[in-house]
Design a protein around this ligand. Sequence first.
Ligand code: TRP
Length: 448
Amino acid sequence: MVNRGEFGSRLGFILAAAGSAVGLGNIWGFPTQAASNGGAAFLLVYLVLAFALAYPILMAELILGRHAHGNSVVALTRIAERPVTKAIGALTGLAGILVASSILSFYSIVSGWMLGFTASYPLAAMGFDAHAAWLTDFSLSRNVILMTLFSAMTIGIVMGGVQGGIERWSRRLMPTLIVTLIVLAAYVLSLEGASEGLRVYLVPDFSKILSADLILRALGSAFFSLSLGVGTMLIYGSYISDEEHLPSIGVQVALIDVGIAVLAGFLILPAMYVALARGVEIFDATGALLSEDTLIFTVLPELFATLGTAGLVLATAFFFLMSVAALTSSISMLEVPVAFLTERFQWTRSRAAIIAGVFIGFLSTAIAMNFDSLFGFVIAASTRYGQPMLGLMLCIYTGWIWRRDSVLAELRKNDPDVASGVFWKIWPWYLRVVCPVVIGFILWRSLL
Ligand code: TRP
Protein backbone atom coordinates (compact mmCIF):
# COMPACT_ATOMS: atom_id res chain seq x y z
CA MET A 1 0.00 0.00 0.00
CA VAL A 2 1.45 3.32 -1.04
CA ASN A 3 1.56 6.01 1.58
CA ARG A 4 -1.49 8.09 0.72
CA GLY A 5 -1.45 11.85 0.90
CA GLU A 6 -3.85 13.82 3.03
CA PHE A 7 -4.78 17.48 3.03
CA GLY A 8 -3.10 19.33 5.87
CA SER A 9 -6.05 21.43 6.96
CA ARG A 10 -9.68 22.08 6.26
CA LEU A 11 -8.94 25.39 4.59
CA GLY A 12 -6.31 23.68 2.46
CA PHE A 13 -8.86 21.16 1.28
CA ILE A 14 -11.54 23.76 0.62
CA LEU A 15 -9.14 25.88 -1.40
CA ALA A 16 -7.95 22.87 -3.38
CA ALA A 17 -11.45 21.59 -4.10
CA ALA A 18 -12.68 25.10 -4.87
CA GLY A 19 -9.56 25.51 -7.00
CA SER A 20 -10.58 22.46 -8.97
CA ALA A 21 -14.12 23.68 -9.31
CA VAL A 22 -13.29 27.26 -10.18
CA GLY A 23 -11.80 27.32 -13.63
CA LEU A 24 -12.38 28.40 -17.18
CA GLY A 25 -15.88 27.00 -16.75
CA ASN A 26 -16.71 29.69 -14.20
CA ILE A 27 -14.95 32.71 -15.58
CA TRP A 28 -15.47 32.06 -19.23
CA GLY A 29 -18.10 29.36 -19.73
CA PHE A 30 -20.75 30.49 -17.29
CA PRO A 31 -20.81 34.23 -18.07
CA THR A 32 -20.73 33.82 -21.83
CA GLN A 33 -23.47 31.21 -21.73
CA ALA A 34 -25.55 33.41 -19.47
CA ALA A 35 -25.05 36.26 -21.92
CA SER A 36 -26.43 34.28 -24.84
CA ASN A 37 -29.12 32.37 -22.95
CA GLY A 38 -31.43 34.88 -21.38
CA GLY A 39 -29.09 36.41 -18.78
CA ALA A 40 -30.62 36.06 -15.35
CA ALA A 41 -32.89 33.29 -16.61
CA PHE A 42 -29.80 31.18 -17.18
CA LEU A 43 -28.39 32.29 -13.85
CA LEU A 44 -31.53 31.13 -12.11
CA VAL A 45 -31.62 27.72 -13.77
CA TYR A 46 -27.93 27.35 -13.08
CA LEU A 47 -28.34 28.12 -9.38
CA VAL A 48 -31.19 25.66 -9.02
CA LEU A 49 -29.33 22.90 -10.84
CA ALA A 50 -26.09 23.56 -8.98
CA PHE A 51 -27.69 23.14 -5.58
CA ALA A 52 -30.44 20.66 -6.35
CA LEU A 53 -28.48 18.32 -8.63
CA ALA A 54 -24.80 19.03 -8.61
CA TYR A 55 -24.35 19.43 -4.85
CA PRO A 56 -25.83 15.99 -4.00
CA ILE A 57 -23.49 14.39 -6.52
CA LEU A 58 -20.54 16.36 -5.19
CA MET A 59 -21.40 14.93 -1.77
CA ALA A 60 -21.64 11.43 -3.20
CA GLU A 61 -18.12 11.78 -4.59
CA LEU A 62 -16.65 13.21 -1.41
CA ILE A 63 -18.25 10.56 0.80
CA LEU A 64 -17.34 7.71 -1.54
CA GLY A 65 -13.76 8.90 -1.79
CA ARG A 66 -13.26 9.31 1.90
CA HIS A 67 -14.87 6.00 2.63
CA ALA A 68 -12.60 4.11 0.29
CA HIS A 69 -9.49 6.19 0.92
CA GLY A 70 -8.69 5.26 -2.63
CA ASN A 71 -9.22 6.12 -6.28
CA SER A 72 -12.54 5.82 -8.06
CA VAL A 73 -12.00 2.28 -9.27
CA VAL A 74 -11.27 1.11 -5.74
CA ALA A 75 -14.17 3.10 -4.32
CA LEU A 76 -16.79 1.83 -6.75
CA THR A 77 -15.68 -1.78 -6.46
CA ARG A 78 -15.52 -1.71 -2.70
CA ILE A 79 -19.08 -0.57 -2.11
CA ALA A 80 -20.51 -3.20 -4.45
CA GLU A 81 -21.13 -6.70 -3.18
CA ARG A 82 -21.84 -8.82 -6.23
CA PRO A 83 -19.31 -9.64 -8.95
CA VAL A 84 -21.40 -7.96 -11.64
CA THR A 85 -21.84 -4.72 -9.79
CA LYS A 86 -18.17 -4.77 -8.81
CA ALA A 87 -17.18 -5.14 -12.45
CA ILE A 88 -19.50 -2.37 -13.61
CA GLY A 89 -18.19 -0.19 -10.79
CA ALA A 90 -14.62 -0.75 -11.91
CA LEU A 91 -15.56 0.06 -15.51
CA THR A 92 -17.29 3.24 -14.40
CA GLY A 93 -14.17 4.27 -12.50
CA LEU A 94 -12.02 3.58 -15.54
CA ALA A 95 -14.40 5.48 -17.80
CA GLY A 96 -14.08 8.40 -15.41
CA ILE A 97 -10.30 8.32 -15.77
CA LEU A 98 -10.69 8.34 -19.53
CA VAL A 99 -13.13 11.23 -19.50
CA ALA A 100 -10.94 13.20 -17.06
CA SER A 101 -8.01 12.72 -19.41
CA SER A 102 -10.04 13.82 -22.43
CA ILE A 103 -11.20 16.90 -20.59
CA LEU A 104 -7.63 17.74 -19.65
CA SER A 105 -6.52 17.25 -23.25
CA PHE A 106 -8.64 20.10 -24.58
CA TYR A 107 -8.45 22.12 -21.40
CA SER A 108 -4.68 22.42 -21.63
CA ILE A 109 -4.90 23.71 -25.20
CA VAL A 110 -7.25 26.49 -24.13
CA SER A 111 -5.20 27.16 -21.00
CA GLY A 112 -2.12 27.49 -23.19
CA TRP A 113 -3.90 30.28 -25.08
CA MET A 114 -4.48 32.00 -21.76
CA LEU A 115 -0.76 31.86 -20.98
CA GLY A 116 -0.04 33.23 -24.44
CA PHE A 117 -2.44 36.14 -24.08
CA THR A 118 -1.06 36.93 -20.61
CA ALA A 119 2.48 37.26 -21.91
CA SER A 120 1.53 38.99 -25.14
CA TYR A 121 0.50 42.29 -23.51
CA PRO A 122 3.74 43.09 -21.67
CA LEU A 123 5.69 41.88 -24.72
CA ALA A 124 3.79 44.14 -27.08
CA ALA A 125 4.27 47.06 -24.69
CA MET A 126 8.01 46.46 -24.81
CA GLY A 127 7.96 46.50 -28.58
CA PHE A 128 8.12 42.78 -29.29
CA ASP A 129 5.14 42.93 -31.58
CA ALA A 130 5.97 39.90 -33.65
CA HIS A 131 6.33 37.70 -30.60
CA ALA A 132 3.12 39.04 -29.13
CA ALA A 133 1.32 38.33 -32.39
CA TRP A 134 2.64 34.77 -32.48
CA LEU A 135 1.33 34.22 -28.95
CA THR A 136 -2.17 35.35 -29.82
CA ASP A 137 -2.63 34.27 -33.44
CA PHE A 138 -4.04 30.86 -34.11
CA SER A 139 -1.36 28.45 -35.30
CA LEU A 140 -0.45 24.83 -34.80
CA SER A 141 2.97 25.69 -33.39
CA ARG A 142 1.55 28.14 -30.89
CA ASN A 143 -1.19 25.74 -29.81
CA VAL A 144 1.22 22.88 -29.25
CA ILE A 145 4.04 24.84 -27.62
CA LEU A 146 1.86 26.71 -25.16
CA MET A 147 -0.11 23.56 -24.38
CA THR A 148 3.19 21.83 -23.60
CA LEU A 149 4.21 24.66 -21.32
CA PHE A 150 0.93 24.54 -19.48
CA SER A 151 1.06 20.74 -19.17
CA ALA A 152 4.57 20.98 -17.76
CA MET A 153 3.32 23.34 -15.04
CA THR A 154 0.45 20.98 -14.25
CA ILE A 155 2.75 17.96 -14.09
CA GLY A 156 5.22 19.85 -11.90
CA ILE A 157 2.59 20.71 -9.30
CA VAL A 158 1.06 17.25 -9.24
CA MET A 159 4.53 15.74 -8.76
CA GLY A 160 4.77 17.76 -5.55
CA GLY A 161 2.04 15.64 -3.97
CA VAL A 162 -1.18 16.40 -2.15
CA GLN A 163 0.15 18.76 0.50
CA GLY A 164 3.36 19.94 -1.09
CA GLY A 165 1.91 20.45 -4.56
CA ILE A 166 -1.87 20.66 -4.83
CA GLU A 167 -2.63 22.18 -1.45
CA ARG A 168 0.35 24.54 -1.40
CA TRP A 169 -0.39 25.94 -4.85
CA SER A 170 -4.13 26.21 -4.30
CA ARG A 171 -3.44 28.23 -1.16
CA ARG A 172 -1.32 30.63 -3.17
CA LEU A 173 -3.35 30.80 -6.32
CA MET A 174 -6.94 30.93 -5.08
CA PRO A 175 -6.63 34.16 -3.06
CA THR A 176 -4.77 35.71 -6.01
CA LEU A 177 -7.63 34.73 -8.26
CA ILE A 178 -10.35 36.13 -6.04
CA VAL A 179 -8.62 39.47 -5.53
CA THR A 180 -7.84 39.87 -9.23
CA LEU A 181 -11.42 39.07 -10.16
CA ILE A 182 -12.89 41.59 -7.73
CA VAL A 183 -10.52 44.39 -8.78
CA LEU A 184 -11.21 43.75 -12.46
CA ALA A 185 -14.97 43.67 -12.01
CA ALA A 186 -14.95 46.86 -9.92
CA TYR A 187 -12.97 48.68 -12.58
CA VAL A 188 -15.08 47.49 -15.51
CA LEU A 189 -18.30 48.34 -13.67
CA SER A 190 -17.13 51.95 -13.42
CA LEU A 191 -16.88 52.32 -17.21
CA GLU A 192 -19.54 53.67 -19.51
CA GLY A 193 -21.89 51.04 -20.90
CA ALA A 194 -21.43 48.65 -17.96
CA SER A 195 -24.93 49.23 -16.67
CA GLU A 196 -26.46 47.85 -19.85
CA GLY A 197 -24.47 44.66 -19.28
CA LEU A 198 -25.71 44.51 -15.71
CA ARG A 199 -29.26 44.83 -16.94
CA VAL A 200 -28.85 41.94 -19.35
CA TYR A 201 -27.30 39.88 -16.58
CA LEU A 202 -29.82 40.62 -13.87
CA VAL A 203 -33.14 41.05 -15.68
CA PRO A 204 -34.25 37.58 -16.71
CA ASP A 205 -35.62 36.86 -20.16
CA PHE A 206 -38.10 34.21 -19.07
CA SER A 207 -39.03 33.32 -22.61
CA LYS A 208 -35.80 31.32 -22.63
CA ILE A 209 -36.11 29.56 -19.31
CA LEU A 210 -38.08 26.53 -20.39
CA SER A 211 -36.13 25.63 -23.44
CA ALA A 212 -34.68 22.15 -23.20
CA ASP A 213 -31.51 23.40 -24.73
CA LEU A 214 -31.00 26.00 -22.04
CA ILE A 215 -31.57 23.50 -19.27
CA LEU A 216 -29.20 21.01 -20.85
CA ARG A 217 -26.55 23.68 -21.18
CA ALA A 218 -27.04 24.86 -17.62
CA LEU A 219 -26.76 21.29 -16.36
CA GLY A 220 -23.63 20.66 -18.38
CA SER A 221 -22.25 23.93 -17.10
CA ALA A 222 -22.99 23.06 -13.47
CA PHE A 223 -21.47 19.58 -13.81
CA PHE A 224 -18.40 20.90 -15.52
CA SER A 225 -18.05 23.69 -13.06
CA LEU A 226 -18.14 21.43 -10.02
CA SER A 227 -15.73 18.98 -11.71
CA LEU A 228 -18.24 16.14 -11.32
CA GLY A 229 -18.51 12.61 -12.59
CA VAL A 230 -14.95 11.79 -13.49
CA GLY A 231 -13.62 11.14 -10.01
CA THR A 232 -11.82 14.42 -9.35
CA MET A 233 -13.86 15.24 -6.27
CA LEU A 234 -13.84 11.60 -5.25
CA ILE A 235 -10.05 11.61 -5.20
CA TYR A 236 -9.91 14.90 -3.34
CA GLY A 237 -12.44 13.48 -0.89
CA SER A 238 -10.17 10.50 -0.34
CA TYR A 239 -7.51 12.87 0.97
CA ILE A 240 -9.79 14.40 3.62
CA SER A 241 -9.30 13.26 7.17
CA ASP A 242 -12.02 11.34 8.97
CA GLU A 243 -12.48 14.19 11.42
CA GLU A 244 -13.94 16.56 8.88
CA HIS A 245 -17.64 17.18 8.54
CA LEU A 246 -18.26 16.44 4.89
CA PRO A 247 -21.70 17.97 4.23
CA SER A 248 -20.62 21.41 5.41
CA ILE A 249 -17.32 21.22 3.58
CA GLY A 250 -19.23 20.32 0.42
CA VAL A 251 -21.56 23.29 0.86
CA GLN A 252 -18.61 25.63 1.16
CA VAL A 253 -17.01 24.30 -1.99
CA ALA A 254 -20.26 24.61 -3.93
CA LEU A 255 -20.85 28.12 -2.60
CA ILE A 256 -17.39 29.30 -3.60
CA ASP A 257 -17.79 27.76 -7.03
CA VAL A 258 -21.18 29.29 -7.71
CA GLY A 259 -20.13 32.55 -6.08
CA ILE A 260 -17.16 32.93 -8.38
CA ALA A 261 -19.20 32.11 -11.45
CA VAL A 262 -21.76 34.74 -10.46
CA LEU A 263 -18.98 37.22 -9.71
CA ALA A 264 -17.36 36.56 -13.07
CA GLY A 265 -20.71 37.45 -14.63
CA PHE A 266 -20.32 40.89 -13.09
CA LEU A 267 -17.08 41.23 -15.00
CA ILE A 268 -17.77 39.61 -18.39
CA LEU A 269 -21.26 40.89 -19.22
CA PRO A 270 -20.56 44.52 -18.30
CA ALA A 271 -17.25 44.26 -20.20
CA MET A 272 -19.11 43.17 -23.32
CA TYR A 273 -21.39 46.17 -23.19
CA VAL A 274 -18.55 48.54 -22.37
CA ALA A 275 -16.96 47.20 -25.53
CA LEU A 276 -20.20 47.84 -27.42
CA ALA A 277 -20.31 51.42 -26.14
CA ARG A 278 -16.80 51.85 -27.50
CA GLY A 279 -17.72 50.70 -30.94
CA VAL A 280 -16.65 47.06 -30.72
CA GLU A 281 -19.06 44.70 -32.44
CA ILE A 282 -20.54 42.12 -30.08
CA PHE A 283 -23.44 40.86 -32.16
CA ASP A 284 -23.29 38.89 -35.38
CA ALA A 285 -25.30 39.60 -38.53
CA THR A 286 -28.39 37.81 -37.18
CA GLY A 287 -28.39 39.91 -34.02
CA ALA A 288 -27.19 37.04 -31.81
CA LEU A 289 -24.23 37.47 -29.50
CA LEU A 290 -20.88 36.47 -30.91
CA SER A 291 -19.84 32.99 -29.92
CA GLU A 292 -18.08 32.26 -26.67
CA ASP A 293 -14.52 32.09 -27.92
CA THR A 294 -14.89 35.23 -29.99
CA LEU A 295 -16.08 37.07 -26.92
CA ILE A 296 -13.00 36.19 -24.91
CA PHE A 297 -10.33 36.23 -27.56
CA THR A 298 -11.57 39.04 -29.78
CA VAL A 299 -14.10 41.28 -28.07
CA LEU A 300 -12.26 41.63 -24.76
CA PRO A 301 -8.87 42.30 -26.38
CA GLU A 302 -10.53 44.93 -28.59
CA LEU A 303 -12.02 46.48 -25.48
CA PHE A 304 -8.67 46.47 -23.70
CA ALA A 305 -7.09 48.10 -26.74
CA THR A 306 -9.41 51.12 -26.41
CA LEU A 307 -8.38 51.70 -22.80
CA GLY A 308 -4.74 52.70 -23.25
CA THR A 309 -2.35 51.89 -20.41
CA ALA A 310 -5.19 50.87 -18.11
CA GLY A 311 -6.19 48.42 -20.82
CA LEU A 312 -2.73 46.94 -20.86
CA VAL A 313 -2.76 46.32 -17.12
CA LEU A 314 -6.34 45.04 -17.21
CA ALA A 315 -5.66 42.69 -20.08
CA THR A 316 -2.60 41.21 -18.44
CA ALA A 317 -4.47 40.81 -15.15
CA PHE A 318 -7.47 39.26 -16.87
CA PHE A 319 -5.55 36.60 -18.77
CA PHE A 320 -3.37 35.95 -15.75
CA LEU A 321 -6.57 35.34 -13.80
CA MET A 322 -7.71 32.87 -16.44
CA SER A 323 -4.37 31.07 -16.35
CA VAL A 324 -4.44 30.75 -12.57
CA ALA A 325 -8.00 29.47 -12.58
CA ALA A 326 -7.07 26.96 -15.26
CA LEU A 327 -4.04 25.68 -13.40
CA THR A 328 -5.80 24.88 -10.12
CA SER A 329 -8.34 22.97 -12.22
CA SER A 330 -5.94 21.10 -14.47
CA ILE A 331 -3.99 19.70 -11.52
CA SER A 332 -7.20 18.17 -10.22
CA MET A 333 -7.83 16.51 -13.56
CA LEU A 334 -4.34 15.06 -13.77
CA GLU A 335 -4.68 13.80 -10.21
CA VAL A 336 -7.38 11.36 -11.38
CA PRO A 337 -5.12 9.12 -13.51
CA VAL A 338 -2.16 9.76 -11.22
CA ALA A 339 -3.99 8.48 -8.13
CA PHE A 340 -5.05 5.40 -10.04
CA LEU A 341 -1.58 4.65 -11.38
CA THR A 342 0.16 5.10 -8.03
CA GLU A 343 -2.36 2.99 -6.18
CA ARG A 344 -2.94 0.28 -8.72
CA PHE A 345 0.58 -0.20 -10.04
CA GLN A 346 2.56 1.20 -7.13
CA TRP A 347 4.21 3.76 -9.39
CA THR A 348 5.87 6.69 -7.72
CA ARG A 349 3.91 9.92 -7.93
CA SER A 350 6.51 11.57 -10.13
CA ARG A 351 6.56 8.73 -12.57
CA ALA A 352 2.76 8.59 -12.74
CA ALA A 353 2.45 12.36 -13.18
CA ILE A 354 5.02 12.46 -15.97
CA ILE A 355 3.73 9.44 -17.86
CA ALA A 356 0.05 10.38 -17.57
CA GLY A 357 0.81 14.04 -18.30
CA VAL A 358 2.87 13.27 -21.38
CA PHE A 359 0.29 10.81 -22.65
CA ILE A 360 -2.44 13.42 -22.29
CA GLY A 361 -0.09 15.90 -23.99
CA PHE A 362 -0.05 13.58 -27.00
CA LEU A 363 -3.83 13.54 -27.01
CA SER A 364 -3.79 17.34 -26.96
CA THR A 365 -1.35 17.38 -29.84
CA ALA A 366 -3.62 15.10 -31.83
CA ILE A 367 -6.50 17.46 -31.17
CA ALA A 368 -4.40 20.48 -32.12
CA MET A 369 -3.40 18.83 -35.39
CA ASN A 370 -7.01 18.03 -36.28
CA PHE A 371 -8.50 21.04 -34.64
CA ASP A 372 -11.61 21.49 -36.75
CA SER A 373 -12.78 17.93 -36.48
CA LEU A 374 -11.64 16.98 -32.97
CA PHE A 375 -11.75 20.00 -30.69
CA GLY A 376 -15.52 20.50 -30.54
CA PHE A 377 -16.12 16.78 -30.69
CA VAL A 378 -13.97 15.96 -27.65
CA ILE A 379 -15.57 18.78 -25.68
CA ALA A 380 -19.10 17.64 -26.45
CA ALA A 381 -18.40 13.94 -25.96
CA SER A 382 -16.68 14.40 -22.61
CA THR A 383 -18.66 17.22 -21.05
CA ARG A 384 -22.11 17.03 -22.59
CA TYR A 385 -22.50 13.29 -22.51
CA GLY A 386 -19.64 11.70 -20.58
CA GLN A 387 -19.95 13.71 -17.40
CA PRO A 388 -23.74 13.44 -16.97
CA MET A 389 -23.66 9.71 -17.72
CA LEU A 390 -20.93 9.15 -15.15
CA GLY A 391 -22.85 11.36 -12.73
CA LEU A 392 -25.85 9.10 -13.24
CA MET A 393 -23.74 6.04 -12.46
CA LEU A 394 -22.45 7.67 -9.29
CA CYS A 395 -26.02 8.34 -8.15
CA ILE A 396 -26.96 4.75 -8.78
CA TYR A 397 -23.92 3.39 -7.00
CA THR A 398 -24.15 5.65 -3.98
CA GLY A 399 -27.93 5.59 -3.80
CA TRP A 400 -28.76 2.00 -4.63
CA ILE A 401 -25.71 -0.24 -4.58
CA TRP A 402 -23.95 1.06 -1.51
CA ARG A 403 -25.63 -0.21 1.65
CA ARG A 404 -27.38 2.55 3.49
CA ASP A 405 -25.99 1.58 6.89
CA SER A 406 -22.48 1.76 5.53
CA VAL A 407 -23.08 5.22 4.05
CA LEU A 408 -24.48 6.31 7.38
CA ALA A 409 -21.51 4.86 9.23
CA GLU A 410 -19.20 6.91 7.03
CA LEU A 411 -21.07 10.11 7.83
CA ARG A 412 -21.25 9.27 11.54
CA LYS A 413 -17.48 9.37 11.78
CA ASN A 414 -17.50 13.05 12.52
CA ASP A 415 -21.18 13.66 13.22
CA PRO A 416 -22.78 11.08 15.52
CA ASP A 417 -26.18 12.72 15.15
CA VAL A 418 -26.19 12.82 11.39
CA ALA A 419 -29.14 10.43 11.13
CA SER A 420 -31.50 12.92 12.70
CA GLY A 421 -30.22 15.89 10.67
CA VAL A 422 -31.65 17.53 7.57
CA PHE A 423 -28.90 16.26 5.31
CA TRP A 424 -29.63 12.61 5.95
CA LYS A 425 -33.37 13.17 5.56
CA ILE A 426 -33.07 14.65 2.10
CA TRP A 427 -29.83 13.73 0.45
CA PRO A 428 -30.24 9.92 0.05
CA TRP A 429 -33.61 10.39 -1.65
CA TYR A 430 -32.22 12.98 -3.92
CA LEU A 431 -29.48 10.64 -5.02
CA ARG A 432 -31.76 7.66 -5.41
CA VAL A 433 -34.64 9.27 -7.20
CA VAL A 434 -34.46 12.93 -8.11
CA CYS A 435 -30.95 13.07 -9.56
CA PRO A 436 -31.16 9.93 -11.72
CA VAL A 437 -34.59 10.85 -13.07
CA VAL A 438 -33.63 14.41 -13.93
CA ILE A 439 -30.25 13.53 -15.41
CA GLY A 440 -31.74 10.63 -17.32
CA PHE A 441 -34.47 12.83 -18.71
CA ILE A 442 -32.10 15.59 -19.75
CA LEU A 443 -29.74 13.10 -21.38
CA TRP A 444 -32.57 11.42 -23.19
CA ARG A 445 -33.80 14.77 -24.50
CA SER A 446 -30.34 15.67 -25.68
CA LEU A 447 -29.88 12.42 -27.54
CA LEU A 448 -33.12 12.86 -29.48
N1 TRP B 1 -14.38 22.76 -12.89
C1 TRP B 1 -13.35 23.27 -13.71
C2 TRP B 1 -13.84 24.51 -14.44
O1 TRP B 1 -14.86 25.04 -14.14
C3 TRP B 1 -12.83 22.27 -14.68
C4 TRP B 1 -12.55 20.94 -14.10
C5 TRP B 1 -11.61 20.60 -13.20
C6 TRP B 1 -13.22 19.75 -14.43
N2 TRP B 1 -11.65 19.26 -12.93
C7 TRP B 1 -12.62 18.73 -13.68
C8 TRP B 1 -14.26 19.51 -15.27
C9 TRP B 1 -13.11 17.44 -13.78
C10 TRP B 1 -14.73 18.23 -15.37
C11 TRP B 1 -14.17 17.21 -14.62
O2 TRP B 1 -13.20 24.98 -15.34
